[in-house]
Design a protein around this ligand. Sequence first.
Ligand code: UD1
Length: 354
Amino acid sequence: MKLLHIVGARPNFPKLAPVHRAGQRAKLSQVVVHTGQHYDDAMSDAFFRDLGIAPPDVNLAVGSDTHAAQTARIMQRLEPVLIRERPDWVIVYGDVNSTMASAIVASKLGIRVAHVEAGLRSFDRTMPEEINRIVTDRLADLLLTPSRDADEQLIAEGEPQSEIVFVGNVMIDSLFYALPAARATGFRQRLGINGSAVVVTLHRPSNVDDDHRIQTLADVLGEIALTRPVVFPAHPRTQRRLEAAGLRMERVTMLEPIGYLEMLDLVEHAFAVVTDSGGLQEETTALGVPCLTVRHNTERPITITEGTNRLVPDPADILSELQRLNRPAITPKPEGWDGGAGERVIAALISHSQ
Ligand code: UD1
């Protein structure tokens, strides 16, 4: 059986790693295609190094562009690769443009598509990721879900039960795998952080492209930094928006994008995380670290019902929410967030190939 994995953007890489490793253990033939949606070392290559995965076999080097142009470029450049490789399965991850573009190309070539992280919904179509999730799930032949709510959602949308397999959370496989190396980085000491910090990541257009919201966020983070360390590794988009708005964030420790291990080291020891990332909502739950998600909704409700996540739609409320946070006595462990999800993905692929 031949698998062709497609990744493109930062959050895809920790999802690929455990599935690829499990595929190697099962002695399957595997090809990894990187679309090049993300291309900076810190946004891409660093993750392959940190996660111990070999560099991609093919890089489509599509780069950044508008959504339509980027999606089109991925489709055009992927098609000949799939025709040449003719895999039994194309495996796509998460909800980025590379995920949706690849699902369209593979399904039109009659190649079976498996979607890892199927069934998540924010019910907010202003998010490009929501459109990517819906299209990918409609086209996929095998829907591999991270939580039971995702199974229910797919059934409600009319997907046949036979195509849905609950596998658990592959991101958490990577987290457990990388924690010892993350602890050994000494990253916090190098930054000189004393005491438990508030770790911040913000990159969604809904937060950083809105002048009023980014100003409020900068004010609030500055206020928090009066009483405890605030560390903010900023996505390139966020850096540019902060500069354009003339926001200096003087008391906040601003960083360039950092690697996977450095981020885990920061997050594991954080007082709390303030974010709009999908993956961090899950990672904080698995680590028992309080998380404030600066969004109106989440496609990962289990991080609220069973985890440490809390939605803070209005950035002005972050400070008061932080003041009433508690670290949970017991680290949450949602079903299937156990380090074995990659193995279950491969098992599902094998059993659905017969
Ligand atoms: C993408 C995903 C988002 C994910 C995020 C994680 C989509 C629709 N969005 O958003 O779901 O949470 O990745 O990072 O797929 N840029 C660089 N260097 C890079 C990559 C991007 O400087 O290596 C800059 C470019 O100016 C680019 C901008 O960041 O225009 C946005 O990149 P893009 O991949 O379009 O979207 P993200 O905001 O990163």
